[in-house]
Structure formats: C-alpha cells, structure tokens
Design a binder for this molecule. Structure first.
Ligand SMILES: NC(=O)c1ccc[n+]([C@@H]2O[C@H](COP(=O)([O-])OP(=O)(O)OC[C@H]3O[C@@H](n4cnc5c(N)ncnc54)[C@H](O)[C@@H]3O)[C@@H](O)[C@H]2O)c1
Length: 325
C-alpha cells in the first residue's frame, strides 16, 4: 500500500553504476522506482543485467527498456506521475568520445532534451541530472568551484556543458526545479569496468599488464559511491526555493594515480604495468571544492579513501571471481 511518505521516482540509466546504486537505496526506503535503460553495450551488458537482477528483488521496482534518444522515448510513461527524476542515462567515458562522438550528441544531448521535454509536461518536484567534473577541463586553480570558468576539452565534456545550459533554459522557461551534479570519479562496489580501478583489479586477477598513461602522473578526486548515494538521497528530500543550481559531488581529496598503484601493489595484490604516453583527452588533475554541497545538506563526512578502496577491491574479487565483466 502506498503510504504518505512513499515517492514515485524515475531513474534513467538504472542499469548503470550510479543509477543502480541510488535505485537500490530508494527501493530499500520503500519508494517506488521506475527505472529505464537501454542496456547499451559500451561495457559489459552482463554486469548491467546483474544489477537489474538485484533491483528486481524489490516489488516496488518497475523496469522499462527505453532508448532515450528517440523523441517518442517517454510516450509509454505519459500516464505516470513522478515526484522526482534522476537522470543518469548517458554515454559516459572521456576516451570513447574520440571513437564515437556522435553517440554523445545523440544520447547525452538529444536524450537529455527528450527527458526535459517529457518532464515539462508533468508536475515534478525536482529533477537531478548528471554533469561531470570534466566540464572544468585543465585548470591551475584548485579546488575547482562551481562558478569557475568551464573549459571542456573533449566531446564528452562538451555534451555535459550543453546539458547544463539546456537544463538552465528548461528550468527558466517551464519553472522546473533542475539541479546539475558534477560527479568526480565515482568508485565503489558495482562500479564501472571501463574505469581505472576496475581495470587495475581485473588485470591484477588475470595477471595482465595494466596500460598506464603518463606514468600515472595524474590526480583524481575519487568519490565513494555510498557518499554519493547519501548525498543524492538528502538532495531529494531537501526543500529549496531555487529553480536551478549546480553542485560539485566530490570528496575534495585527490589521489595521485602512481602512488595509488604503488599502494595497491604493496598492500593488496600484484599488478604489472605497461607504460604508455599521455592521452590528450585526459585532464591532468581533478580536485573539486565540496563546500557548497556540504553546507547545503549539512553533509557530515566523506568516507575515508583507503578503506573504501580496499572494500571495493574485496567486493570485486568476490563478485567477479568468474570474470563475468
Ligand atoms: N561514474 C563516474 O565517475 C561519473 C563521473 C562524472 C559523470 N558521470 C555521469 O553520471 C552518469 C551515470 O554514470 P555511471 O557511471 O553510472 O555510467 P554508466 O555507464 O554505468 O550508466 C549509464 C547508463 O545509461 C544507459 N544508457 C546509455 N545510453 C542510453 C540510451 N540511449 N537510452 C537509455 N539508457 C542509456 C547505459 O546502458 C548505462 O546503464 C552519466 O551521465 C555519466 O556521464 C559519472
């Protein structure tokens, strides 16, 4: 039975890392989640299906196979009413944007416009969409603040800047509450196999050399998924008069990649390295300022990196023993 506190929530990209992780929390809190995804094969579809199996254990989960690129994508949801929308469906990954830039235009730009168009026909309390730390590009002034100049250096980042501009204009033109979340390298259990940590874990397990750009001379502001989910949950329940805003979602604790690999080799597992040149699409450093979100939500404390990292590796070893992804 629907209680007073139960909310109806649409999560796009629900078979993806962040969408899945948030949906699990929402379902546990007895909210009704309508999750859409097209099970895109950018990375292991098996992993995406495994995530969906976890979500389908909950009766309050409804799943639809939808490709957001089509203008008619949301027609089948016209009868539904949502309190909140979390929009995570996207073509992620910086490097893939050099291989298939069109996909970023279709999924990220067109798909997001389709979602906002759908939302504009509904009464939604708030909409949250995924932007990215990559919108800042290369910078010299750290930590990066929300009002710093944007300087996208690849098509992925460009698509996220366009999402932000689009969101702002939809919010103004339709008086919709829309909030952009600039995620900084999210990691944790059920994470993405195309990202560095899971590549490290996999190559270590199969004894294959890890290709390391620029001798690991990079910094990433790794942010643990449990913190992200907690922040998203608090955001959903937070009332604000604002129509539009942008938040960095980051731990404000950048890690040097070379040091991280050395730590992994010393303490957790063997890992061989194949040194390869710098990739032009990568930024040298991500390091976000998180004061704005901490103040807004009175968020207490980000997880300690080392233990979250170890926990993620333990999970990976157990869950991916048979190398399903
Ligand atoms: N994970 C990070 O560190 C990170 C960092 C910055 C920004 N982001 C952004 O956060 C969002 C979620 O990221 P994630 O790590 O969960 O990525 P993910 O790739 O795991 O999830 C995205 C999901 O969207 C789905 N999808 C792709 N194209 C689609 C389409 N046309 N129609 C419907 N579904 C489609 C995919 O199948 C996938 O399950 C993305 O917008 C991403 O760009 C993530």
């Amino acid at each position: 039975m629907k209680t007073k506190l139960t909310k109806n929530i649409l999560v796009t990209g629900v078979a993806g890392f962040i969408g899945f992780s948030l949906a699990l929390k929402l379902l546990k809190q007895k909210h009704i989640v309508v999750g859409i995804d097209n099970l895109d094969d950018y990375y292991s579809v098996k992993l995406k299906k495994k995530r969906l199996i976890e979500l389908k254990k909950y009766k309050n989960f409804k799943n639809k196979l939808i490709n957001i690129e089509k203008s008619t994508s949301f027609d089948s949801l016209q009868k539904e009413n949502f309190d909140h929308i979390f929009h995570f469906a996207a073509q992620a990954g910086v490097r893939h944007s050099a291989i298939n830039p069109n996909k970023y235009i279709k999924t990220n730009i067109l798909g997001t416009i389709n979602l906002f168009k759908f939302a504009s026909t509904k009464k939604i309390k708030s909409i949250f969409f995924a932007s990215s730390s990559s919108v800042y590009g290369d910078s010299k002034n750290f930590p990066l603040k929300e009002n710093d100049k944007l300087n996208p250096k690849n098509i992925y980042a460009t698509s996220k800047v366009i999402n932000e501009i689009t969101a702002k204009s939809f919010s103004k033109n339709y008086s919709m509450k829309i909030f952009g979340l600039r995620f900084f390298t999210i990691f944790g259990e059920w994470g993405r196999p195309d990202m560095l940590l899971f590549k490290m874990f996999k190559n270590s397990l199969i004894n294959k050399k890890l290709e390391l750009n620029n001798n690991g001379n990079h910094y990433r502001d790794f942010t643990y998924i449990d913190d992200v989910v907690e922040i998203l949950y608090l955001l959903m329940n937070k009332k604000t008069a604002k129509l539009y805003d942008i938040y960095n979602i980051c731990s404000n604790n950048p890690q040097n990649i070379k040091k991280l690999i050395t730590y992994f080799q010393k303490n957790l597992s063997t890992l061989k390295i194949l040194k390869i040149p710098k990739n032009k699409l990568d930024v040298f450093k991500t390091h976000g300022d998180n004061k704005k979100i901490i103040k807004f939500l009175k968020f207490k404390k980000f997880s300690e990196f080392e233990s979250a990292f170890k926990r993620t590796f333990q999970w990976y070893k157990k869950y991916n023993k048979k190398l399903i992804f």
